[in-house]
Design a binder for this molecule. Structure first.
Ligand code: ATP
Ligand code: MG
Length: 164
């Protein structure tokens, strides 16, 4: 499950549940599909503002509309099923970090001044802790890949040499 609040075009709290193995999100241009993908990147610790299509943290926060006021923070949570206790702690991690729960909730917030915060099941943690914990289930820089808008086209249109 993913919960977005104040992130980009998601002014109000929005929850997406991924029940099956494949989920498709469809909608007209500008309806927020890419913003959702960026929310996943964001909560998993993305550091490149470019890949979140922003210049600074403030660009990730809902900036207000005719009907809704602007927000002062963006928050995304991702909740993983850990009933099989697949998440592992890295060696030598701090005692306040614990993954022995049936659900692992990772949250990241960013505020207007650019300050940020990561939590693991409600406990403040560092980016490094998040990266280590998700890499224990093969999520992370070499563990998963998000094929962004335009990339599938690029693969299909590439020459055989480039594709290889
Ligand atoms: P397409 O089909 O064209 O790829 P999409 O569904 O992927 O569209 P997104 O790119 O996710 O659409 O959403 C773009 C919309 O999000 C724009 O209308 C933009 O104004 C809005 N948006 C982006 N950042 C913010 C923000 N900080 N506050 C409010 N709205 C925002
Ligand atoms: Mg898009």
């Amino acid at each position: 499950t993913i919960e977005l609040s104040g992130f980009k075009s998601f002014a109000k709290k929005t929850t997406l549940s991924f029940e099956g193995q494949i989920t498709s999100i469809v909608g007209p241009n500008g309806s927020g599909k890419s913003n959702m993908v960026e929310a996943i990147r964001f909560v998993l610790g993305e550091q490149s503002m470019k890949s979140l299509r922003g210049k600074s943290g403030g660009d990730l926060i809902f900036q207000g509309s005719k009907f809704l006021p602007k927000q002062n923070r963006a928050s995304v949570s991702i909740i993983f099923d850990n009933s099989k206790k697949v998440f592992k702690l890295p060696e030598g991690s701090r005692p306040e970090i614990n993954v022995d729960f049936d659900e692992i909730t990772i949250s990241r917030e960013v505020f207007q001044d650019g300050a940020g915060r990561y939590t693991l099941n409600g406990t403040d943690v560092r980016l490094k802790d998040i990266l280590e914990i998700v890499s224990s289930v093969n999520i992370g820089s070499s563990g998963h890949h998000i094929i962004s808008q335009g990339e599938a086209d690029r693969l299909l249109n590439a020459s055989p040499e480039d594709r290889r």
